[in-house]
Design a protein around this ligand. Structure first.
Ligand code: NAD
Ligand code: TYD
Length: 376
């Protein structure tokens, strides 16, 4: 039996990973550590909390006592760190929280794992670790900065973060690399592109656009909508994390993503036409429309006139695009889900799971929305 500590397992990607791992493997026990911030929702993983392979602990990755108590109680042999403050717009408003969680939290996890995993020292003074242990840091392609019209991020691209979010993720990556160099700790870093899919919190582009359409609201597109992201279906990402943890060469970075580049404006237009088409083909889906929307009978209002070009994000990165050649060559991974298929699956999921959206947006969401979009 293996024992994983999965942090951030109640968030978007972490929860999808928990579901993926429990389905795929029978020989893994999971301790999930999550502080249940606005982005974490226990309801997302509620079906798994009864599973004897799962224990959930509410707590902050920055807290040394909580992390230590987990290692004391469980023979953790792998740490997969998803926990983070993850939204660029929020990082522009409050950078400090991002540095605390993303950098200090990562260092705390590394330090505790190092203490519990060390079984001795070699002749040069480096720690010797228990057999089979590994720390995996879930990072982002945003650490590489922004691309022009051509080119791709490889693992050799220099780090050049530009937002407080990406700077904090870069700080975390550098401290992980430092534990690899200085203490020879077995680590991997994965750097993925923009994920999309079920359980995505509706502050990020795709779920926010879906939510706004269902409410008959305007669809805020920052700047001129020409910014490009390289979209990765979340389950493909979970597969990559699983592969890297089990088979990745210790000390290595793996980029995850590729070949799904889209301009924001095209995503918004595709989401509009897909929702309308799905509702025309399947009238059941109209139940997802909210009372504030113009009509459930005549859907002609679901068109590009809903788009509102709003003030651009400060320091808005123009383009991200990943070259996944390394993870494909070494581990056989490639992004299986084409964007045109993944977006339909995702929209269907939202149309069928409005209870989840209402649950996660019942707290501070309205206040956040007013503050972020009220003056744009
Ligand atoms: P998310 O915001 O949906 O979830 C983050 C989770 O971490 C939440 O459950 C939250 O409660 C928890 N958390 C936050 N601060 C915590 C703390 N101090 N202690 C314990 N738990 C805490 O994020 P996500 O989209 O699932 O992203 C997961 C990871 O993947 C992050 O590290 C993020 O930087 C990285 N990433 C995300 C994307 C993306 O497109 N979403 C792309 C690249 C990289
Ligand atoms: P987002 O989902 O926040 O991810 P990231 O900033 O990590 O790439 O944003 C994706 C793109 O969509 C980004 O270029 C900003 C843009 N965007 C909008 O145009 N409108 C919105 O309301 C949001 C949230 C994002």
């Amino acid at each position: 039996m293996k024992h994983y500590l999965v942090t951030g397992g109640a968030g978007f990607i972490g929860a999808n990973y928990v579901k993926y791992i429990l389905k795929k493997h029978n020989d893994i026990q999971l301790v999930i550590l999550d502080d249940l911030t606005y982005a974490g929702n226990l309801g997302t993983i509620k079906d798994h909390l009864k599973d004897p392979r799962v224990e959930f602990i509410k707590g902050n990755i920055v807290d040394p006592q909580i992390v230590k108590s987990i290692f004391e109680k469980h023979p953790v042999d792998s740490v997969v760190n998803f926990a983070a403050e993850s939204h660029v717009d929020r990082s522009i408003e409050n950078p400090q929280l991002f540095l605390q969680t993303n950098i200090l939290g990562t260092q705390n996890l590394l330090d505790t794992a190092k203490k519990f995993w060390t079984v001795g020292k070699n002749e040069k003074g480096y720690p010797v670790y228990r057999e089979g242990v590994k720390y995996l840091q879930v990072s982002t392609d945003e650490v590489y900065g922004s691309l022009g019209e051509t080119g791709y991020f490889t693992e050799k691209t220099p780090l050049d973060p530009r937002s407080p979010y990406s700077a904090s993720k870069t700080g975390a990556d550098l401290i992980v690399a430092a534990y690899s160099e200085t203490y020879k700790m077995p680590i991997n870093i994965t750097r993925c592109s923009n994920n999309y899919g079920p359980y995505h919190f509706p502050e990020k582009l795709i779920p926010l656009i879906i939510k706004n359409i269902l409410e008959g609201k305007k669809l805020p597109v920052y700047g001129d909508g020409s910014n490009v992201r390289d979209w990765l279906y979340v389950e493909d990402h979970c597969k990559a994390v699983d592969l890297v943890l089990l088979q990745g060469r210790p000390g290595e970075v793996y980029n995850v993503g590729g070949h799904n580049e889209m301009k924001n404006i095209d995503i918004v237009k595709l989401t509009i036409t897909t929702i309308r088409q799905l509702m025309e083909e399947n009238p059941e889906y109209r139940k997802a429309l909210k009372p504030a929307s113009p009509s459930t009978a005549d859907l002609s209002w679901i068109n590009d006139d809903l788009i509102a070009f709003v003030k651009d994000r400060l320091g808005h990165d123009q383009r991200y695009a990943i070259d996944p050649a390394k993870i494909t060559a070494e581990l056989g991974w490639y992004p299986e889900t084409k964007f045109t298929d993944g977006i339909v699956k995702t929209i269907r999921w939202y149309l069928e799971n409005q209870d989840w959206v209402e649950e996660v947006t019942s707290g501070d969401y309205q206040r956040y929305y007013e503050q972020m979009y009220g003056n744009r």
